[in-house]
Ligand binder design. Structure first.
Ligand SMILES: Cc1ncc(C[n+]2csc(CCOP(=O)(O)OP(=O)(O)O)c2C)c(N)n1
Ligand SMILES: [Mg+2]
Length: 326
C-alpha cells in the first residue's frame, strides 16, 4: 500500500512537471482494495486491474520503473510509448495480466472467457478484476457478469464503491446504491467489505477465490471506500463536499493498517519508518532510471500499433462474383 501511494505521489509530481503524457488517475484512499484483494490470488491466477488498481500490479510483480516509463511514454515502458498509464499487460505462467480495455465493464466478459478457457484445459485458475460503482451501470458489465454466473465461472469481481463516477454520486447512478444486493439477482455470492480495512479485503477475497476454485462460481464483493482525489489530476473535484473528504481521511487505509501493526505488536514504529525509507530510496532510483531513458525512435512508430502483418481473410465466393461482374 505504501509503495502504491508513494509511487503515485511521485507520478503526481511528474504530472505537475508536464512529464506524464496523458492523464493521471490516482487511487489515494483506495489502496487497501487493490492490495488486499490481489494478495489473495495464487500462482497462475489471472487478473486485470482498472485505472485505480496500481497496487494490485505491484503485488503481482509489476515494477515501478516500468510504470514510471509507461506514464512518461518512454521506450522502456511496457508498451514502448504506444499506450499510456496502466494500459499494459503480460502473459506469464506466474499469473497473466490481460491488458485493460478502457470501455468500462468490458473486462468482465473478457476475463470470464479467459477463465472458462482455462477450465476447459483442466486448470483450476481463478480470475479477479475490479469495477467502479459507475462501471456497474454498463451493459457489458451486466452481460459479462450474468454470463459468468450462469457458467459458474471462477471469477471474483470487486466493486469499488468509491461514491463517485467522475462527478456523478452513487445516488444518481442507481436507485439502490448497495451494490452487493445485486449478487442475489445474479444468483452468485455477495459480500460487503470495509474497503479501507486491507485485512478484511484480503479475507473476503480469499474466501471468494477459494469458493471459485472449488467450482462454486463467482462472488461480487462490494468494497466500501472513497475516492480521495478528483477523477484524475486535472479534476479539482469541487463537487465533492469537504466534510465527506474529512470523514474519509480519518479512515485512511494505510494509517489504519499501521495502527493495527503497531497496536498488535507485529511491527514497531521504527520498522515501519524503515520500510518507508526503503521504498523511497528504491523509487528514487527507479524514477531517475525512467527519466533518463529515451523516448521511442519515431521511425518505429507504426510497429506494435496495428497487427504487423494483417491477415487477409479469403474473399467469399459471392463477393468475388460480384466484383467480377462489375
Ligand atoms: C463505457 C464507458 N463509458 C464511459 C467511460 C469514460 N469514463 C472513464 S472512467 C469514468 C468514471 C468511472 O467511474 P467508476 O466506475 O465509479 O470508477 P472510478 O473512476 O470511481 O474508479 C468514465 C465515465 C468509459 N471509459 N467507458
Ligand atoms: Mg467510482
Amino acid at each position: 500500500m505504501k509503495l502504491n501511494r508513494m509511487a503515485e505521489e511521485k507520478l503526481t509530481n511528474l504530472y505537475r512537471q508536464g512529464k506524464v503524457v496523458g492523464g493521471l488517475y490516482r487511487s489515494l484512499g483506495q489502496e487497501g482494495c487493490s492490495v488486499g484483494s490481489a494478495y489473495a490470488l495464487d500462482r497462475g491466477d489471472i487478473f486485470t486491474p482498472l485505472i485505480r488498481n496500481l497496487g494490485a500490479i505491484f503485488v503481482r510483480g509489476g515494477q515501478p520503473r516500468a510504470v514510471f516509463a509507461q506514464y512518461m511514454a518512454r521506450a522502456a515502458g511496457p508498451t514502448h510509448g504506444r499506450d499510456l498509464n496502466l494500459h499494459f499487460g503480460w502473459l506469464s505462467e506466474e499469473g497473466s495480466m490481460p491488458a485493460v480495455i478502457s470501455m468500462l465493464g468490458d473486462m468482465v466478459p473478457v476475463l470470464t472467457g479467459a477463465v472458462i478457457a482455462e477450465r476447459m484445459k483442466g486448470r483450476r485458475t481463478v480470475a479477479l478484476t475490479w469495477i467502479g460503482d459507475g462501471g456497474t451501470s454498463t451493459g457489458a458489465f451486466h452481460e459479462g457478469f450474468n454470463f459468468a454466473c450462469v457458467q459458474r465461472a471462477p471469477l471474483v469481481v470487486v466493486v469499488e464503491n468509491n461514491k463517485w463516477a467522475y462527478s456523478t454520486p452513487t445516488h444518481k447512478q442507481t436507485a439502490n446504491p448497495r451494490f452487493v444486493d445485486r449478487a442475489r439477482a445474479y444468483g452468485c455470492f455477495g459480500e460487503p467489505v470495509d474497503g479501507n480495512d486491507v485485512r478484511a479485503v484480503y479475507e473476503v477475497t480469499r474466501r471468494a477465490i477459494e469458493r471459485a476454485r472449488a467450482g462454486a462460481g463467482p462472488t461480487l464483493i462490494e468494497a466500501d471506500t472513497m475516492r480521495m482525489r478528483g477523477h484524475a489530476e486535472h479534476d479539482d473535484m469541487k463537487y465533492v463536499p469537504r466534510p465527506m473528504l474529512e470523514e474519509w481521511a480519518a479512515k485512511d487505509p494505510i494509517d489504519r493498517y499501521e495502527r493495527w501493526l503497531v497496536g498488535s505488536g507485529v511491527a514497531r514504529p521504527e520498522e515501519l519508518q524503515a520500510v518507508t525509507a526503503r521504498i523511497e530510496a528504491a523509487l528514487q532510483e527507479d524514477l531517475a532510471a525512467a527519466e533518463a531513458s529515451p523516448f521511442p525512435d519515431p521511425r518505429s512508430g507504426l510497429a506494435g500499433v496495428y497487427a504487423d502483418r494483417p491477415v487477409r481473410p479469403p474473399v467469399p465466393p459471392l463477393v468475388a462474383e460480384w466484383e467480377r461482374r462489375r
